[in-house]
Design a protein. Structure first.
Length: 243
């Protein structure tokens, strides 16, 4: 049993070669041409020189068989070599012996470059972010000013409780509108769907957790709107005395 496990571990430790993937299809010519082999090698090298991540890859061609050796940053880049070489006219077969690099510096360099690019993009977006933030704050200021006004809320509401609810609705509407405008300025309106979806899930969970409180709140709203009771209604009710 131990031997079987050791064999499996040894097989798993070997690098996964990419030659098992796509191979060129078509008829093989009878005559071999060294000039054609050299042209194939030069063409593949020129292509790889224009692509990032293939600086350590070497190309040799013999009798139309392309042999690729060296290292790349990941297995996907090594597998892509087969697709590139297979498209070159005259390639009979591909021996891909390219493996992933184990050099720590080479593996970290792309991550550092991505971080630098994102940092530069963030710095470039600072003026646009400032405009978006200013727009959001202006909308919030208008919301505060409008919500604190007595009219028209006290006039259209039957009582102060409903007037406060109207003010809360206005605050929420202005907040969402300001957020949409700010995200639209930043070109990140797709993020709004994620935020609203998360807010909906959280609201649903909270609604189930405080269901009784929500029911009482809705009932209080309905009572405030319908107003089935008037002042001194209790005084008109018959008094029941218990002996």
């Amino acid at each position: 049993m131990i031997r079987v496990l050791l064999i499996l571990l040894c097989l798993g430790a070997n690098p996964v070669w990419a030659q098992t993937t796509e191979q060129p299809q078509g008829s093989i010519e009878v005559e071999d041409s060294a000039t054609q082999d050299a042209a194939i090698a030069v063409r593949i090298r020129d292509i790889l020189n224009e692509l990032d991540g293939y600086e350590e890859v070497t190309v040799t061609v013999s009798s139309g068989i392309v042999t690729l050796r060296g290292t790349t940053l990941d297995a996907a880049a090594a597998a892509r070599l087969n697709e590139i070489a297979a498209r070159v006219v005259g390639v009979v077969a591909i021996e891909n012996e390219v493996v992933e690099t184990t050099d720590v510096v080479a593996r970290l360099n792309p991550a550092v470059e991505r971080f630098q690019n994102r940092f530069n993009q963030a710095v470039a977006l600072l003026p646009l972010a400032a405009v978006a933030l200013l727009s959001f704050l202006l909308i919030l200021t208008a919301e505060i000013f409008l919500a604190r006004m007595r009219n028209p809320w006290d006039r259209i509401a039957p009582n102060k409780f409903i007037a406060d609810i109207y003010r809360q609705i206005v605050r929420i509407a202005f907040f969402v509108g300001g957020l949409v405008i700010a995200l639209d300025i930043l070109g990140a309106t797709a993020l709004l769907g994620t935020i609203l979806g998360a807010a909906g899930i959280v609201g649903l969970a909270i609604g189930f957790a405080v269901r009784d409180s929500v029911e009482n709140f809705i009932a209080s709203i309905m009572l405030s709107i319908r107003q089935p009771f008037r002042p001194n209604d209790v005084g008109n009710m018959p008094i029941v005395r218990f002996s």
